[in-house]
Design a protein around this ligand. Structure first.
Ligand code: CDP
Length: 242
């Protein structure tokens, strides 16, 4: 729905004061849940996400087992209180779709062939939602998998870019997502820049698409540095305590 509200001014300043290529503030904590094999709490702007990884463990029921590799079950869930209008608890079409695309993205980086018949379960709980929750969830999942010690080719990371009032910008906020022209969330393997997930809603010219993709890849690389720092901070401080 369009409104008269200006999302970006002539100087390129956005509603929350960010420039076109600026990310929202991100905070990552590693290993916050002691019963999980690995966990991560992430805040990204107004998004708050908790991820708990369990496994690798024997996949149950047995007919779900793959004899050659582990299966990756990401389950994205939005808490009823995470959005403005209370969300009906339980899975819906949107959360099933997000769970599927995140599972497929994670499968590409996890060395699943090392764990035949196993499942790796990645529970993504969105506690507060302010646009970009699939990117926040996947980014937190990458950290939680690393915390669980699950062998991966790389730590996956996600970020979106989009278009508001005809301008390509990085990392859409809530009003930008609601009132903007397009949103392009992607996930990559930052070592190789391989794209693990790419979705888009709205309309972009090819030129705008290429620019948005470039912005989103740069955003992913910046978020990847925050992921690595959070993991190093946890494990370096563990060493000091020992
Ligand atoms: O969160 P993400 O951008 O990955 O997915 P989306 O489907 O584009 O949703 C954008 C935003 O809409 C979410 O982050 C929530 O803030 C909001 N939303 C909502 O208010 N109620 C829902 N049932 C689903 C999404």
């Amino acid at each position: 729905m369009k409104s008269d509200k200006k999302l970006i001014d002539d100087a390129g300043k956005r509603l929350d004061g960010r420039g076109p290529e600026e990310l929202r503030k991100i905070k990552i904590e590693v290993g916050v849940l002691h019963r999980a094999s690995g966990s991560c709490y992430l805040e990204w702007g107004g998004n708050k996400v908790m991820v708990a990884v369990y496994g690798p463990r024997e996949a149950i029921p047995r007919h779900t087992q793959n004899l050659l590799r582990a299966i990756v079950n990401a389950r994205y869930n939005m808490a009823a209180f995470s959005v403005e209008d209370r969300k009906r608890p339980g899975p819906d079409r949107r959360s099933k779709e997000i769970s599927k695309v995140i599972s497929e993205a994670l499968e590409k980086v996890i060395l699943t062939e090392q764990f035949p018949r196993a499942s790796i379960d990645v529970n993504i709980e969105v506690l507060d939602a302010e646009a970009g929750t699939r990117c926040a969830g996947l980014t937190a999942a990458g950290v939680a998998l690393a915390d669980a010690g699950i062998p991966m080719k790389d730590i996956p990371v996600a970020c979106s870019a989009g278009k508001i009032e005809g301008r390509v910008v990085l990392d859409l906020g809530k009003e930008e997502d609601n009132l903007g022209d397009a949103d392009l969330p992607i996930a990559i393997s930052p070592r190789t820049n391989e794209i693990l997930l790419l979705q888009m809603d709205g309309h972009l010219t090819l030129e705008e698409f290429n620019k948005a993709l470039d912005f989103a890849i740069k955003g992913c690389n910046a978020v990847s540095e925050i992921q690595k720092k959070a993991i190093l901070d946890k494990y370096q401080s563990v060493e000091v305590v020992e």
